[in-house]
Design a protein around this ligand. Structure first.
Ligand SMILES: C[S@@+](CC[C@H](N)C(=O)[O-])C[C@H]1O[C@@H](n2cnc3c(N)ncnc32)[C@H](O)[C@@H]1O
Length: 165
């Protein structure tokens, strides 16, 4: 049980970090009119991608930074810079790998969104997802329990106790 609690804590911390990501306000469109900061930011983003493919990582980093300085909501620029600085498999690949090698009896995820990470759990793992507004578009192969509520409520109501093994 202590192992499960440790796993849950680690995953909860990771989920909380993800929750801090600022959502793009609906008013800012991916196709902004030419000359606006958002459009120029996208140009920097495209340039960053090109520089990265040419192997000029320093210039690519500067271009990513120029992009999100103009448009702090340009998630692709943050993502591009993160991938540039920390190359290798992303968190989805790591999570899938952890499921494959640990095969935990229980996997708790706070902040499910589309369910793409929750869906990485495989039998015999029992997956538990908590999200007040999930938008599931994934298929679950493991036994999955979805709680449509905040994590505060989930823990306050002691729901995790229902899954104690
Ligand atoms: C960044 S998304 C999760 C992404 C998903 N885990 C993934 O990696 O694809 C954040 C999710 O957290 C949910 N959320 C926001 N506040 C929450 C809370 N207090 N408790 C649980 N989930 C919450 C949102 O509804 C949203 O679906």
């Amino acid at each position: 049980m202590r192992k499960i609690a440790r796993t849950i804590t680690t995953l909860a911390v990771a989920a909380r970090r993800r929750l801090r990501r600022v959502p793009r306000p609906p008013s800012v469109q991916a196709t902004s009119p030419a000359g606006t900061p958002e459009a120029i930011a996208r140009e920097h983003l495209a340039r960053a991608g090109a520089l990265k493919s040419q192997g000029d990582n320093r210039a690519a980093e500067a271009a990513y930074r120029a992009a999100f300085e103009l448009d702090p909501y340009l998630v692709e620029a943050h993502d591009g810079l993160a991938r540039l600085r920390w190359p290798g498999p992303d968190y989805l690949a790591w999570l899938a790998h952890l499921h494959a090698i640990r095969r935990p009896p229980v996997y708790l995820e706070i902040g499910v969104a589309t369910g793409r990470t929750l869906a990485l759990a495989q039998p015999p793992t029992r997956a538990i997802g908590v999200d007040p507004a999930p938008m599931i578009d994934s298929e679950f192969t493991a036994e999955t329990h979805l709680y449509r509520e905040t994590s505060d409520r989930f823990f306050r109501e002691n729901r995790s106790e229902w899954h104690r093994q």
